[in-house]
Design a protein around this ligand. Sequence first.
Ligand code: 13P
Length: 249
Amino acid sequence: MRKKIVAGNWKMNTTVESAPELVGGLLDASWPDDVQLIIAPPFTQLGVVAQQIQSSNIGLSAQNCHEKESGAYTGEISVAMLESAGVEYVILGHSERRTYFGEDDNLIYLKTKVALKQGLKVILCVGEKLSEREIDNHFKVVQKQIENTLCLFGKTEAANIVIAYEPVWAIGTGKTASAEQAEEMHGFIREVVANHFDNDFAEGISILYGGSCKPSNAKEIFSQQNVDGGLIGGASLSAEDFVAIANSF
Ligand code: 13P
């Protein structure tokens, strides 16, 4: 059985003052036992959120890390720092980091490598731009992103990677991929993973959908055979909506 995961990427939102209220809303709510809830606050809120969720089953993720273990990299955050703050997961390869911060597959691979080596689990984002889908290049683009990152690891390491398919044209736009489009790409990703590793391995890896996922569309998307949950942006900033999404399986 693949793990069902609903992860909230808070992006550059909340403060040390406002985060506890959002987390409090989650702690008061309930969702199925077989759904792993994960939240990814900004760096400065990790400490306070870690304390708050300590005795809950909510997982804590960071939104980024540096590719080096330590050293003179002013302003950067290492994996060891994240772990000492209570973090278990890190989101890497997000399209906003690829677009606004010039992160390419090689850098994402290096970050994934250091994160896995030091014991973090990685939520690895892939996804095509609208211009790439329009010329029917979306499968090729996503295949390359997977081959340049996940496929460079052995099975033991890769087993600690969760894939998030986030079509760039659906992020923060209100435009969701249809359930069919999501299923088509998720099935394709599983096939790429199976071809590189094997069927059993591919069957065990969780593939999340991200991009304007909300309570009104989560049920249909999550009902698809190859969709194992969601990576949620905007809707994760409301405890009510985020929990409603986790209750959509
Ligand atoms: P939205 O849910 O706001 O579209 O964001 C998706 C996303 O980028 C999650 O990482």
